[in-house]
Design a protein around this ligand. Structure first.
Ligand SMILES: Cc1ncc(C[n+]2csc(CCOP(=O)(O)OP(=O)(O)O)c2C)c(N)n1
Ligand code: SF4
Ligand SMILES: [Mg+2]
Length: 323
């Protein structure tokens, strides 16, 4: 997991429960970044709050551990401010499809060039196992006093309906396959979504590695499976096929690429056609100096407003993860 002397693994202690599927996801991310030889200073991982949200701490690239449900708007701001960056969001099913569901849909509509990786464990892991939006109706995992009273969201169908132009599913313990999907998602130009089946060994006693191990199969093994839209006329039939396949969730569960559409413009292209200067003059490469070479930021004023706050926040959060 090194590339040209770059070690992508940080030295931060990984404190997930032993056996958690998040370890498989982390390994696949590290391998994908190494294979792509990503420049750590040009790469950003953005997360929300949850066990999944800890991932940026473990990877030696820029990382932002944001608020529950708000990873996507942070990521969109980062990408728009500096379109040169590779931006990857990691979030839980509660994070991205519960509180953050509106942002999830908005990113699809915009088709901004960001990857969203969903750690799909069917529970709110960090807060001790409540039902998440991907837990099916009437399912009773161990921390629930009664079976789930709500229906589950189908993340693949939602992503396709929202406008994501790369939609895939991986499994945390099929590492090589997941690594390849992450690489394809990063290379794709536009909003990319990966639904990652992630066993939570502590709170989900139904969707375990034994459960998935018997059921997952690879879409690409079917030689007739072709998820790529090459002409706008193929869009609707391929969308329908992908959504139909995403409904398969019983004795067989498909993993692999469900849908890729290379015929739709990205948000960056749409913005650039309205604002011709955007590729050259965006916030990241605009000067923060006045014409007299003075900083546009009044440092004394900045410290007066934010100084105390910055110190007290960093003291308060020392040594613990935000909840
Ligand atoms: C606005 C807000 N609401 C609720 C919480 C409490 N909270 C922290 S993590 C979490 C859910 C975590 O579940 P999920 O997003 O599925 O991530 P996982 O831990 O399973 O990876 C909740 C409800 C919070 N931090 N902020
Ligand atoms: S609670 Fe579940 S998701 Fe969280 S670290 Fe433990 S096994 Fe993983
Ligand atoms: Mg979860």
């Amino acid at each position: 997991m090194e590339s040209k002397g770059v070690s992508y693994k940080s030295s931060v202690w990984v404190d997930w429960c032993p056996g958690c599927g998040n370890f498989g996801i982390l390994t696949a991310v590290l391998k994908a970044f190494a294979e792509l030889k990503l420049d750590p200073s040009e790469t950003v991982i953005v997360s929300g709050i949850g066990c999944s949200g800890k991932l940026p701490h473990f990877v030696n690239v820029n990382g932002v551990h944001t608020l529950h449900g708000r990873a996507i708007p942070f990521a969109m701001g980062i990408k728009l401010a500096n379109p040169e960056l590779t931006v990857v969001v990691h979030g839980g099913d509660g994070d991205l499809l519960g509180i953050g569901a509106g942002h999830f849909v908005a990113l699809g509509r915009r088709n901004l060039d960001i990857v969203v990786a969903l750690h799909n464990n069917g529970v709110y892991g960090l807060t001790k196992g409540q039902a998440s939006p991907t837990l099916p109706l009437d399912t009773k995992t161990k921390a629930l006093p009664k079976p789930n009273i709500q229906q589950a969201i189908n993340p693949i169908a939602l992503a396709i309906a929202s406008g994501y132009t790369f939609v895939a599913r991986g499994y945390a313990f099929e590492g090589e396959h997941l690594k390849n999907i992450i690489i394809e998602a990063i290379k794709h130009k536009g909003a990319a979504f990966i639904d990652i089946l992630q066993p939570c060994v502590t709170f989900n006693d139904i969707f375990t590695s034994e459960y998935y191990g018997k059921r997952v199969y690879r879409l690409e093994k079917d030689q007739s499976w072709d998820p790529v839209v090459r002409d706008p006329g193929e869009r609707v039939p391929k969308m329908l096929k992908a959504i139909e396949r995403s409904m398969e969730w019983s004795e067989r569960i498909p993993i692999g690429v469900f849908y890729v559409d290379n015929t739709i413009s990205t948000f960056e292209e749409r913005l650039s056609s309205r604002l011709k200067v955007y590729p050259e003059i965006n916030p990241a490469n605009s000067s923060i100096m006045t014409e007299e070479s003075k900083s546009v930021i009044d440092n004394a004023k900045f410290k007066k407003i934010f100084g105390d706050l910055i110190v007290s926040v960093s003291k308060r959060t020392q040594g613990r993860s935000p909840q």
